[in-house]
Design a binder for this molecule. Structure first.
Ligand code: NAI
Ligand code: MG
Length: 338
């Protein structure tokens, strides 16, 4: 039976890299039924709404989406599409793996999966101004929310991920020494959950600033990392930098009602339409999509093909020092997959 996936090509380089990812998914031999839907500026141009009801309805039906980057329209009147999607589908986990693909660069043995809480923390948007001595902007406040339910859900997700993907260790990252309630609750709940997995998965915890340093000094000592929203936002960019940056960084937003897979990078308007974007991030996100639906063989094939194309075939796009176009690179990966 064909696998239903909502396909949102998105803006800028989105259509170019999405075409490459689709070609690679089709080369796996699995049968796909792509439901093409609009999002971002492409959707605004069509009907005035960056996240049309038809696109949401499609994801509600398929519970699975591959999404190109969306340009966030600047100015008022448009809600953030990514925030809207996270809320609509309760995408509580943001999963970003970073694995060394090209040896001999900065770090050779990086294989880290960042699991970031996606719905709570400081990102709930509860900020306010408080007047001080007649200055209406004399003081700014932001509310961070950690719930027992939310913390347990994300930490459990990280441990289940570790079990499923035969990982050995989960690191809880926090700032409980200072943020005694919020980060303290996250750490307490995290340790409770860890105890349930003690026979299978090793667990340690690190204070976030120390973690940031250890990631650069000893990245090979990390395996799965789980943390709250803001820390995860910052540390996931740090780990993508350890393995070569945006061209090789996939991400999955996973929740109760579905999974949306995308590249970490944006729509790259500076190179859009030139056929030179690196589609690897979205292709690796496609591999995560395969993992998500239990198609482990297809996922492994795709990852092996990316490595073989770049390392053995020496086919690479400009950002990685090569000369291949988006299409040539995508075709080369698809050829390796098939
Ligand atoms: P960006 O990630 O689009 O680009 C940053 C730099 O990296 C640019 O120089 C770009 O050419 C390069 N780059 C990015 N992806 C590349 C690829 N696959 N191959 C080769 N080079 C690549 O970040 P920027 O310029 O800050 O954002 C552009 C737009 O994308 C904004 O409207 C932003 O809101 C949106 N965006 C959307 C995201 C999403 O939909 N998930 C995530 C991040 C940004
Ligand atoms: Mg970020």
């Amino acid at each position: 039976m064909a696998i239903d996936v909502t396909l949102i090509p998105g803006d800028g380089i989105g259509p170019e890299i999405t075409a490459a990812a689709v070609k690679v998914l089709e080369a796996t031999g699995l049968e796909w039924n792509f439901d093409h839907q609009l999002g971002g500026m492409a959707a605004v141009a069509e009907g005035g709404d960056p996240m049309p009801a038809a696109t949401l309805a499609s994801i509600h039906r398929t519970k699975l989406a591959l999404k190109g980057p969306l340009t966030t329209p600047v100015g008022s009147g448009f809600r953030s599409v990514n925030v809207a999607l996270r809320k609509e589908f309760q995408l509580f986990a943001n999963v970003r793996p970073a694995k060394t693909i090209i040896p001999g660069r900065r770090f050779d043995h990086v294989d880290i999966v960042m699991v970031r809480e996606n719905l709570e923390g400081l990102y709930i948007g509860q900020e306010r101004w408080v007047e001080v001595d007649g200055d209406p902007h004399g003081r700014a406040e932001s509310v961070a929310v950690i719930t027992r339910t939310g913390a347990e859900r994300i930490v459990r997700y990280a441990f289940e991920y570790a079990v499923l993907h035969r990982r050995k260790k989960v690191t809880l990252v926090h700032k409980a020494n200072i943020l005694k309630n919020t980060s303290g609750l996250f750490l307490d709940v995290g340790r409770e959950v860890a105890a349930e997995y003690a026979d299978r998965i090793e667990c340690n915890d690190l204070i976030v600033d120390n973690c940031a340093m250890q990631l650069v000094m000893r990245p090979e000592t990390f395996d799965v990392v789980v943390t709250t929203n803001l820390f995860g936002d910052i540390l996931s960019d740090e780990i993508s930098g350890l393995v070569g940056g945006l061209g090789l960084a996939p991400g999955g937003n996973i929740g109760v009602d579905g999974g949306i897979f995308e590249a970490v990078h944006g729509s790259a308007p500076d190179i859009a339409g030139q056929g030179i974007a690196n589609p690897s991030s979205l292709i690796l996100a496609s591999a995560m999509l395969c993992d998500h639906i239990g198609e482990d063989d297809a996922a492994a094939k795709i990852r092996r093909a990316i490595t073989a194309t770049i390392v053995a075939d020496e086919v690479a796009t400009r950002d990685l020092g090569g000369t291949a176009s988006t299409r040539e690179f995508g075709d080369a990966v698809a050829h390796r997959v098939a």
